[in-house]
Design a protein around this ligand. Sequence first.
Ligand code: GLN
Length: 285
Amino acid sequence: MSGCEPGETVGAFLCQAGQVLRAASVEAPRLEARLLLAHALECRQEDLLRDPRAAVPAEPAERFRRLLAARARRVPMAHLTGEAGFWTLSLRCTPDTLIPRADTETLVEAALEAVPAPRRVLDLGTGTGAILLAVLSERPAAFGVGVDRSPGAAALARENAQRNGLADRVAVLAGDWAAALAGRFDLVLSNPPYIQTGAIKGLMPEVAAHEPALALDGGADGLDAYRALAAALPGLLAPGGRAVLELGQGQRAAVEELARSAGLVPLFCRPDLAGVPRALVLGAP
Ligand code: GLN
């Protein structure tokens, strides 16, 4: 490759991979090249930089070429490494669920603020378990239930609870949201599917081609899941309970209206790091 040293060294691989990923329009090509090579060599990124002349043995080199080719096809990094960081947790990721987003940490902050001492916490559409597990990790007296329509997602959330030492305070059900539940909760969390059906194909290839439609598709106007949530929440919240919902860009007014029509009370909305209203907090009727 142009400008790269020849050979099977760490430096040469990183240089070539950076060019391949840049050509594939990957956003942070050099960083991602390091992540992939570190993954193939089962070492830390810092270890790579210590000796750029070190030879890469044949087996990890082959693994690295496969990973690089997949990433150039825009397979998400979290699917290639099999994990993603969220809050203070490390979560296993598979194509069964949405990959946890940094924006979604806004929901965790809003939830911790809205209900400082929850006992019973529910997460509707739990996916990897990210939001539920993050809240439980901060609230040792809380018990959590996660629900997901996808059995693969429910299994993954269970595995992530185990992986983060939270399994004894979490139950995960595969089912159609609230239909599977009895009882009331102090805190109900949800990052529901909220993308308009017609907008999905215009998202980044990592999302449009590799993340599950079940976790993204909010119907024609993107609000189907909020309609279902507005109908279910009054029966799920304990007196004084709070629901915290993730919003898509521009959805705040419409979701507040749906919530009010169901008797819920919009209390506050926390913006994400880009200033987008992201985590809507609702009070029980
Ligand atoms: N935030 C995700 C995205 O824009 C969508 C998540 C969702 O629908 N809940 O890719």
